[in-house]
Ligand binder design. Structure first.
Ligand code: TEU
Ligand code: CA
Length: 542
């Protein structure tokens, strides 16, 4: 492990790698660990501190690795434990840590624990959430992917609960043996030298109404009654004294709960991934689209800045492997505005208070997949949603449009290393189609005006100036529909961030025309009176 000061992660930038789609070393069309090893210099040069890898464990890959069948090995498609150790050592040698993805709300249905649990009377019988239901499933609820959340197992003759796909049965966290087995597994990885954990849907582990068969009041058991207790236990058993970086993915959580999860005094985790801002452009169902209203987005992020505030700590993200590409989503991916909108959205996010996460290809301004046929998609959620919505009467073209906007595959297409047809990702046939290879690393690497160069400068800004990490955050002009303006203040130092989140020029309010030094901008020339389309500026006030 790297030698680090306490709370080093507050000043870190995390880069998310989706291993299937990052770099393929052996031509089978699927990214792998040796592929990542080959790109470490690129990542070190970008300046990121931590690499988060989406799951690389043995898995039937129903949910591309979020269905784990063995927690203590590497899926052969990605490589071996020896490859992993090499990756870890080589990342450490370049000053970067590795954060692994811990999926412990559920396992794969192919995990030996579940296979044993299917036999009543086995010592794992109580490791999952089983119910008999003479007249059908115990609660006829829908899971996060929109399917029924109970599945019938013929062998055991009972139903089991799954918040995600039927191939992802939920573990019974009330059983202390389950928790101990999970702690043991995480200690095994920590002893191996990993630098952090990203906990998948960790606020969904406590669901007493399901375990005890009392009437359900909520479909999705968000922030259940025992979750803090179990995270404190996990902290004591695994994390204490190791000085790792931890982040918990937490759909539906609130700033109040997030403060509890991340208050260092309580000994739980370092930060959470909240979902409030990424839910602003849909109504109820993610497939029911609505336009983003900028003041709502600004207000949402500011609410988390103040809500989690000084006690806890925020993570900052625009996207990940579940969200569409940010430049296509809230930027403008037309030729005219793609680069500036990518840079400006990055600037605004990274100048909030918290630890920023960059998702592979975001630093290039990569755009959505652009698929127009169902056959091009691989994500189970997208395929199921299409079938369900169309069966319920939705116009197929309208649903294809919704997938084009929101499908998780938008972010999962392979990374573009160069302009060749397979983008330098593979010499074989990529597992997911590649388009728009004109947006690629090779072209941006030495280009000072590239999106990539902008990200590099933004990361350096954080590392060089304490105000980016620690400064007090204030949002200005919250109701403005084009301008995103904020300040960061640390002692005497005061920074002003101005951004035009639109394609029409916007006047800079008189009181914000302040003297200062431009630290980072999108345009060569700055008009003191207005911001050009998608222009942003980071100014140190004098
Ligand atoms: O995601 C949890 C989650 O609730 C969402 O991100 C979800 O995938 C999305 O809202 C569906 O529209 C995590 C992982 O990030 C995701 O890839 C997995 O599929 C899921 O858990 C199950 O492990
Ligand atoms: Ca491969």
């Amino acid at each position: 492990m790297l030698n680090r000061v306490p709370q080093w992660w507050k000043n870190a930038v995390v880069y998310q790698i989706y291993p299937r789609s990052f770099a393929d070393s052996n031509g089978d069309g699927i990214g792998d660990l040796r592929g990542i090893i080959g790109k470490l210099d690129y990542l070190a040069d970008l300046g990121v501190d931590v690499l988060w890898l989406s799951p690389i464990y043995p898995s039937p890959q129903c949910d591309t690795g979020y269905d784990i069948s063995d927690y203590c090995d590497i899926d052969p498609v990605f490589g071996t434990l020896a490859d992993f150790d090499e990756l870890l050592a080589r990342a450490h040698a370049r000053g970067m840590g590795i954060m692994i993805d811990i999926v412990i709300n559920h396992t794969s249905d192919q995990h030996p624990w579940f296979q044993q649990s299917r036999t009543t009377g086995s010592d794992k019988a109580d490791w999952y959430l089983w119910r008999s239901g003479e007249d059908g499933p115990p609660y006829p609820t829908r899971n996060i992917f929109g399917e029924p959340s109970w599945a019938f197992d013929e062998q055991r003759g009972q139903y089991y609960f799954h918040i995600f796909a039927p191939q992802q049965p939920d573990l019974n966290w009330e059983n202390p043996q389950v928790r101990q087995a999970l702690h043991k597994m995480m200690n095994w990885w920590a002893d191996r030298g990993v630098d952090g954990f990203r906990f998948d849907v960790i606020n969904l582990i406590s669901k007493p109404h399901l375990i005890h068969h009392t009437p359900a009041t909520v479909t999705t058991p968000v922030d259940g009654p025992q979750v803090h207790q179990w995270l404190q236990e996990l902290h004591t058993e695994v994390l204490r004294g190791r000085n790792l970086i931890t982040v918990g993915e937490m759909p539906g959580t609130t700033p109040e709960e997030a403060t509890r999860y991340t208050d260092p005094q309580r000994g739980e985790i370092d930060m959470v991934f909240q979902f409030e801002h990424v839910d602003l452009d849909s109504r109820g169902s993610k497939w029911d689209l609505k336009p983003l209203y900028l003041p709502e987005l600004k207000h949402s992020l500011a609410r988390w800045q103040h809500g989690v505030g000084e006690r806890g700590w925020n993570s900052l993200y625009w996207m990940n492997h579940d969200q569409p590409r940010i430049v296509s989503r809230w930027g403008d991916d037309s030729d005219e505005h793609r680069e500036n909108s990518a840079k400006t959205l990055a600037t605004v996010l990274h100048l909030h208070r918290g630890t920023p996460y960059i998702y592979q290809g975001e630093e290039l301004g990569m755009v959505n997949a652009g698929f127009d046929r169902l056959e091009q998609y691989r994500d189970l959620e997208s395929i199921e949603a299409y079938e369900r919505e169309v069966a319920a009467g939705r116009d197929p073209e309208d649903m294809l449009h919704a997938l084009r906007v929101k499908s998780r595959d938008n972010a999962r297409t392979p990374m573009h290393w160069d302009a060749s047809p397979q983008a330098g990702f593979t010499t074989g046939v990529p597992w997911l189609e590649i388009q728009r290879t004109d947006i690629n690393v090779a072209d941006q690497l030495d280009e000072p005006n590239s999106v990539l160069a902008h990200y590099r400068r933004l990361i350096a800004l954080r590392h060089d100036h304490a105000v980016v990490c620690e400064g007090v955050f204030d949002l200005l002009y919250p109701e403005h529909e084009q301008l995103w303006a904020l300040t960061r203040t640390l002692g005497e130092e005061r920074w002003l961030v101005l951004a035009n989140i639109s394609t029409t020029p916007v006047a800079i309010p008189d009181e914000l025309r302040l003297a200062g030094h431009l630290l980072l901008g999108t345009h060569d020339e700055q008009d003191p009176a207005q911001l050009a389309a998608w222009e942003s500026r980071v100014i140190r006030l004098v």
